[in-house]
Design a protein around this ligand. Structure first.
Ligand code: BES
Ligand code: ZN
Length: 446
């Protein structure tokens, strides 16, 4: 626990270049921790490119004839803003009511530590041996869409060969319901950049004749989605596949109350989204478009009468199977061009993307994980999807030919990416126990 708290104190914010040194510290921490735990070949892998964060690799492969697991996690975290809303500071972990509060507590340092600790503990109890083979692959760019790891995986596929990847970076459906995630949404993230006049203008002198870049951003953004939540980009829904009959049936039996979800998790007067789809379908199996930030004009104290010459908006689209990120990026660029009003230019600058992905729930590596969690939690495992993205999962499938077992121990109210992120300590302990049990169940009798 002390080690985890030390790890959580490192502000490894990958999106902000000012924290690059801290990101590296977190990588070093993981590498040396794994080495001390008895893992071999523990190393940092640096990309030559500017702005890249190191990958941590380590393995233990002395169980011939036993399966090999590729254990993936990320040591980077989201920015902690808005800082003033944290009850205790984001990088000073605080334990309250059985939870650890800190940025990264659940996403993903705490959950990555479950993988690390499960292997360390398994080595300790088995006299320096493991029932299976493991290869750790841990990155520091997951939260910021940096994709240096993709190249590394593609160029080192033989060295990374494994039977399955194991990832603890998702959440349980509800407290006490062990869960395996079998679907992730993909993403296309980019910026709409608008330019109008040569420079900012006095709104009295020029208002009525000069284009307003900020207004243009608002017009473009609002043209992309209807008030009923339908995305208005031509061709956008063409490849969308509905969830399978088995999924629809399983989801209908999950204990889910949209009203409680609205009240306890969202906290808004009403839920929004596409007409004609229930909430779980909307967040798991339908594509979306969100605006994350709009920049431009005057937002400081007091009033200023200005016509902004430039403005921009950060947006992302979450994709579902079988949508293709590049195709969607092209469609959105055309939709932006088509919606661009007179007097300004608008461009879509793609920042990062990842494909959506489904994982076969009948794969024995998943069913064994479900069994391990059932032994620890004493409850049957739910198969769910997740609306978020873990970009590496589709690459593991395509380039390494392996399924990813997404067994997550976060909770729906862990506030990941938000102030007061937390991790439930009993889930932390049961997560470690489940993983140790999983390794045992996977090992073939000799
Ligand atoms: N751990 C999350 C994925 C996740 C989100 C799992 C919600 C369960 C519930 C992951 O670290 C994450 O946030 N990924 C980013 C990826 C993006 C920046 C490419 C995401 O989904 O926004
Ligand atoms: Zn994560």
């Amino acid at each position: 626990m002390d080690d985890l708290l030390r790890f959580l104190r490192i502000p490894s914010i990958s999106a902000d270049p000012a924290f690059a040194g801290e990101v590296r510290k977190a990588a070093d921490f993981v590498r040396s921790w794994l080495e001390r735990a008895g893992l071999e070949n523990a190393q940092l892998i640096d990309s030559q490119e500017a702005g890249a964060h190191p990958i941590v690799y380590a393995d233990w492969t002395h169980a011939p004839g036993q399966p090999t697991l590729l254990l993936y996690g990320h040591y980077d975290v989201q920015p902690p803003d808005p800082i003033e809303e944290w009850i205790s500071p984001p990088f000073e972990p605080s334990i309250r009511n059985g939870n650890i509060y800190a940025r990264g507590a659940a996403d993903d340092k705490g959950q990555l530590f479950m993988l690390m600790e499960s292997v360390a503990e398994s080595l300790r109890k088995n006299g320096g041996h493991l029932p299976i083979n493991v290869k750790f692959l841990i990155e520091g760019e997951e939260e910021s869409g940096g994709r240096h790891i993709d190249r590394f995986v593609m160029e080192n596929a033989p060295a990374l060969s494994a039977d399955a990847a194991v990832i603890c970076d998702t959440a349980m459906f509800a407290p006490e319901i062990p869960s395996i995630t079998t679907g992730l949404r993909g993403i296309v993230y980019g910026e709409i950049a608008v330019e109008g006049a040569a420079h900012d203008l006095h709104s009295g002198d020029y208002g009525g004749a000069a284009p307003n870049a900020l207004e243009a951003v608002a017009q473009i953004v609002s043209s992309l989605k209807s008030r009923e939540g339908k995305i208005l980009i031509p061709g956008f829904y063409d490849r969308v596949q509905p969830p399978s009959a088995a999924e629809i049936d399983a989801w209908s039996r999950l204990p889910f109350d949209p009203e409680q979800f609205r009240e306890n998790e969202v906290g808004s007067p009403a839920l929004t989204g596409e007409l004609g789809f229930d909430v779980l379908t909307r967040i798991w199996a339908r594509p979306t478009l969100e605006v994350h930030g709009i920049r431009g004009g005057y937002t400081g104290e007091g009033a200023k009468t200005v016509i902004p010459a430039t403005a921009s908006a950060k947006i992302s689209l979450r994709l579902v199977p079988d949508q293709i990120p590049n195709e969607i990026a092209t469609q959105i660029a055309s939709a932006i061009a088509a919606a661009c009003p007179k007097g300004v230019t608008a461009r879509f600058n793609l920042m990062h993307s990842a494909p959506p992905c489904l994982i076969d729930p009948n794969n024995p590596f998943l069913t064994k994980a479900a069994e391990a969690m059932e032994h620890v939690f004493g409850k049957s495992t739910a198969y769910i999807r997740c609306g978020g993205s873990i970009p590496i999962v589709s690459l593991f499938k395509q380039k390494l030919g392996i399924p990813s077992v997404l067994l997550g121990f976060g909770l729906p109210d862990d506030q990941i990416h938000a102030p007061n992120e937390k991790l439930c300590i009993s889930n932390y302990l049961r997560g470690i126990a489940s993983l140790i049990e999983y390794y045992t169940l996977l090992s073939n009798p000799r």
